[in-house]
Design a protein around this ligand. Structure first.
Ligand SMILES: Cc1cc2nc3c(=O)[nH]c(=O)nc-3n(C[C@H](O)[C@H](O)[C@H](O)COP(=O)(O)O)c2cc1C
Length: 195
């Protein structure tokens, strides 16, 4: 049972399409059990186009780091895939996959998902297929930890615009113009691989 089951608005929200309150609008695919938490918000079940992507409904999974499901080097694996596939199968309109490293210097935690090398593409491609098999498009969040990165994990200094430490972190290396160019290319490389 959803937390909105006792919502006094349930059943009284006007439906522009004239449908019964709480019922899925025409063209929407199911997202959770009828009468569940989305019943009081019928617009959530309506399709929408965002940035050229057609979503069957407006329920979008936030990026959630899985802290340990990927391989130690950041490769997506069967265990990691199973986590996302289960959520994709629940009727979401879109799945946003957690922060993925575009450059090793941005590593923030063990098993940080990675997209900074071509060797990660097969695992990420299998992940995208596993999600899309259930309908929702998959988005990968491109990430670099900046001054919050942990050199003890990455083996290289943390890079940041200024040599100002984040709480509990060592002083990061101030980026040169060349470092900035490298990082721009790292994000572009991550975007290319994520396609
Ligand atoms: C375990 C955990 C992992 C998260 N991982 C990410 C992440 O990888 N990228 C990101 O942008 N936000 C991440 N977040 C933030 C969530 O996506 C979300 O924005 C946050 O929980 C606030 O959502 P809420 O206001 O619905 O609680 C994470 C949050 C949690 C609790």
């Amino acid at each position: 049972m959803g937390e909105f089951d006792g919502d006094p608005r349930a059943g009284r929200v006007p439906r522009p399409d004239g449908g019964a309150p709480g019922a899925a609008p025409p063209g929407a695919r199911p997202a959770g059990p009828a009468g569940g938490p989305t019943a009081a918000y019928p617009a959530l079940r309506r399709p929408i186009t965002v940035g050229g992507l057609r979503l069957a409904n407006r329920l979008v999974m936030s990026p959630l780091t899985t802290y340990g499901l990927a391989d130690p080097d950041g490769a997506s694996n069967a265990r990691h895939r199973a986590f996302y596939e289960r959520r994709a199968a629940s009727g979401l309109g879109m799945v946003r996959v957690e922060s993925a490293l575009v450059h090793v210097s941005g590593t923030c935690w063990p098993h940080h998902l990675a997209v900074h090398h071509d060797r990660f593409v097969p695992g990420l491609a299998a992940l995208a297929r596993a999600i899309k098999r259930h309908g929702p498009p998959a988005i990968l969040q491109l990430h670099h930890g900046g001054r919050v990165a942990v050199p003890a994990l990455s083996g290289v200094p943390a890079l940041a615009p200024s040599p100002l430490p984040a709480p509990g972190r060592p002083v990061p290396t101030e980026m040169t113009h060349e470092d900035v160019d490298t990082m721009v290319e790292a994000f572009a490389g991550g975007a290319r691989r994520a396609r």
